[in-house]
Design a protein around this ligand. Structure first.
Ligand SMILES: [Zn+2]
Length: 482
């Protein structure tokens, strides 16, 4: 599949018919007259299969049940499967895809589908060119308010390809000054890959040793917007190994101290937000939904499980970084790290060895998570965090360049002072209970309490496709609650 970005504003259907009044500006309240911008996110498998079907038979109308991620001013339709899974659930939204063999047909077929929608709203309509007009694309969203603009189609695959359907103000503008600042990085990565990196809009969960190093590296690379998330306050014992903080910051929230440092570190205008809250807090959920990429730099399984759940629910690529200086009975002092780049369909459980039972218990009962680091490890090494963060960032750069196409796990151990890095290959796991939530969006959050109860009981297989409303009692931890 091509991973070219196509920043071509070809959405003439959208331009014609999607100019709802902006007279009422009560942003995000869903009142008549409000405009919500829509995006469509597809997994690589869905996009490839849709293209194949439409090329084979352009007159076919494909309807895919979809999850929905709601933010005040943007709704994202999430498609991780072409059909209803086991007929067990209906999507909160739908994608209606048609093909067209000429430019004129693109608009005609899109309009025909919108005029006689085969599904209830909300729905996103997409006409994809085939044959001579392959690569052309027009689209439109339809909610109960009427037609609304579809801003972009994102495919979760190497290079994170984006088809922009309507011109947007935040589109990349070549900037000679910026290009000079980052000329070496641009030269090394190529301009398109560097641009993808700067538009990554990361949410970084965990602002400790690895998280602070990673956040600084991303901002110094030219990332234009980022959110840093952490529930802890800075203690004196954090200052030695963390980046970007000093003893004057002790007592402040880690995320706020890091965000302030990032603002002063940024070489150009960057939009930096901070969240004082853990991976299961509501602000973290909103930041994750808004982000294009999740970074997990946390030190416990419960937070890892929460991040990998969010990545699946909202079809976000993610990178998890874990380092350790441990003492084991068999090997003595063990120094190493694990880095996992995960695309939807692989999670930290089925591709990374996350221990589900204890992680689920920790998510349900945060008080049970061990907070005394001395009981978990011998200590921490800034050099080890730097090595892990550097290698993780290289993975992301190669993913954006299209060099890495699949979920990738790098595991490093030091043996007699020499790092040995392996890339474990793990066969796909049928019925992974975490991956079964892929693309369910907001509705999938209801499934999480029941899932955690089952995982804590040691039931680590998916019971098939989740059904709406089959969530647990909700009597345990308040997950992503206001
Ligand atoms: Zn999985």
């Amino acid at each position: 599949m091509s991973c070219r970005r196509t920043p071509c504003p070809r959405n003439r259907a959208g331009a014609d018919s999607s100019r709802p009044s902006r007279a009422s500006s009560t942003k995000g309240q869903g009142l008549p007259g409000d405009t919500v911008n829509w995006e469509l996110v597809l997994t690589r498998a869905v996009f490839a299969e849709l293209c194949r079907r439409l090329a084979e038979n352009p007159s076919r109308v494909s309807v895919c049940p979809s999850g929905l991620a709601r933010l005040p001013d943007r709704h994202t339709v999430l498609v991780s499967a072409l059909e209803f899974r086991n007929g067990a659930r209906r999507g909160e939204a739908n994608l209606v895809a048609v093909g067209a063999a000429s430019e004129a047909e693109l608009l005609a077929r899109l309009r025909a589908a919108i005029l006689r929608p085969p599904v209830d709203t909300p729905a996103v309509f997409l006409a994809l060119g085939t044959g001579d007009v392959a690569g052309a694309c027009v689209g439109q969203a339809l909610s109960w308010r009427g037609p609304e603009p579809l801003g972009a189609v994102r495919v979760i695959a190497e290079g994170l390809p984006v088809v922009r359907l309507i011109p947007s103000q935040d589109q990349y503008e070549p900037d000679s000054e910026g290009n000079e600042i980052w000329s070496r990085t641009i030269g090394a990565l190529s301009p398109p890959v560097w641009r993808r990196l700067t538009e990554l809009k990361p949410a970084i969960v965990g602002c400790g040793r690895s998280g602070s190093l990673l956040a600084g590296a991303l901002i110094r690379s030219g990332v234009q917007a980022a959110t840093v998330i952490d529930s802890d306050r800075l203690e004196l014992g954090n200052c030695g190994e963390m980046d970007l903080v000093n003893v004057a910051d002790v007592g402040r929230s880690k995320s706020q101290a890091i965000a302030d440092a990032l603002r002063s570190l940024a070489l150009a205008d960057s939009e930096i937000s901070d969240v004082l809250g853990g991976a299961t807090s509501l602000p973290a959920l909103l930041a994750a939904k808004d982000a294009h990429f999740l970074f997990g730099c946390v030190d416990n399984g419960a937070a890892r499980l929460a991040i990998t759940l969010l990545a699946q629910l909202y079809l976000k690529p993610m990178l998890d970084i874990g380092t350790g200086v441990m003492e084991t009975a068999s090997q003595g002092r063990n120094v190493g790290f694990d880095i996992r780049l995960l695309l939807p369909g692989r999670c930290l459980s089925c591709f990374g060895g996350l221990r589900l039972t204890e992680s689920a218990a920790g998510m349900q009962n945060p008080q049970s998570i061990e907070t005394d680091w001395r009981l978990q490890r011998l200590g921490s090494l800034r050099s080890l965090n730097m090595a892990a963060v550097g290698m993780g960032l290289r993975l992301v750069e190669d993913f954006l360049a299209g060099i890495i196409r699949e979920s990738t796990w790098l595991s490093a151990d030091y043996e007699d002072g020499v790092p040995r890095v392996v890339a474990p290959s793990v066969a796909p796991v049928a019925n992974c209970p975490i991956c079964a939530l892929a693309g369910l969006g907001d509705a999938g959050l209801e499934e999480v309490p029941g899932l955690l109860e089952r995982l804590e009981r040691g039931e680590s297989r998916s019971g098939g496709a989740p059904t709406m409303g089959s969530g647990g009692s909700g009597a345990t931890a308040q997950l992503w609650a206001p």
